[in-house]
Design a binder for this molecule. Structure first.
Ligand SMILES: [Zn+2]
Length: 260
């Protein structure tokens, strides 16, 4: 049994065959898929999918690319939508200083406001970080410092791309790290993370339709390809795929409080 902790199955690229995509996921042992919002429309769409498919759960948020478009009203809409029983997280939010599709100041503002929202709603956060490791770390340190001491994990750094030192800091702060398809590319940083970090702190994800694992790299990704990520982690750690699956699923159930 596997949990795809980060997927964008609301995207148009699945409109023609979404039923089959989710059927293949079930066939591959994927027991839950978190459909992650990037703006108000995709957050709403995630809830729509969660209502339609038992195994789908929703995360609500504004991706850093869309930070400049987030209004006060949008944040309140997210808070209202979060009352839905299948909403399991706030995100994805964070900083993307690689593509800079929203001005940096606005990304920081939107990130901080979504962290406050998550705290208010007592939901975990799904963090996107690209080329902004220092800034994301300092914002999360400040935020985690204001949180009540956590018995629950605070959130997850999705498709974690930092080094071991940074990984350790996040783990100490109470975050999980998520491993995606790039671990199947030979040059990936994630290899080191998946080998050295405790299995109790790892999640797995596809981030589909992006980041397609080898051997389908270049094609559209989908939740059933999560098996390639699990296989790779098992291979580099020299442990059975079943125990990688069991641990990462348990971690996802705990973080998102999944009723599965
Ligand atoms: Zn994503």
């Amino acid at each position: 049994m596997l949990v795809d902790s980060h997927a964008h199955i609301d995207m148009r690229r699945y409109d023609k065959d979404r039923d089959q995509v989710l059927e293949r996921a079930r066939g591959a042992g994927v027991a839950a898929v978190v459909s992650v919002g990037c703006d108000l429309a995709s957050s709403r769409a995630a809830i729509g999918l969660a209502e339609r498919y038992t195994e789908v759960f929703a995360a609500l948020g504004f991706h850093p690319h869309n930070a400049a478009k987030m209004s006060d009203g949008d944040l309140e809409r997210l808070a209202e939508l979060a009352q839905h029983s299948k909403v399991v997280a706030i995100g994805e939010t964070g900083l993307d200083f690689y593509r800079n599709l929203s001005p940096r100041e606005e990304q920081i503002e939107a990130f901080k406001r979504q962290l406050e929202l998550a705290q208010r709603l007592k939901l975990p956060v799904i963090i996107h970080c690209r080329n902004a490791h220092e800034q994301v770390l300092s914002i999360l340190e400040e935020w985690a410092g204001c949180s009540e001491p956590a018995s629950q994990p605070l959130g997850v750094l999705h498709c974690f791309s930092g080094d071991i030192g940074l990984a350790q800091k996040y783990i100490e702060m109470g975050f999980l790290l998520s491993i995606a398809g790039p671990i199947t590319y030979s040059s990936s940083h994630a290899l080191e993370i998946a080998l050295n970090m405790p299995l109790e702190r790892l999640l797995i994800e596809t981030d589909c339709p992006f980041l397609t694992p080898h051997p389908y790299r270049g094609k559209r990704n989908e939740p059933s390809y999560l098996s390639f990520v699990v296989e790779k982690i098992g291979e580099i750690r020299g442990m059975p795929i079943e125990s990688v699956a069991e641990h990462t699923t348990e971690n996802a159930i705990q973080l998102f409080r999944l009723p599965i």
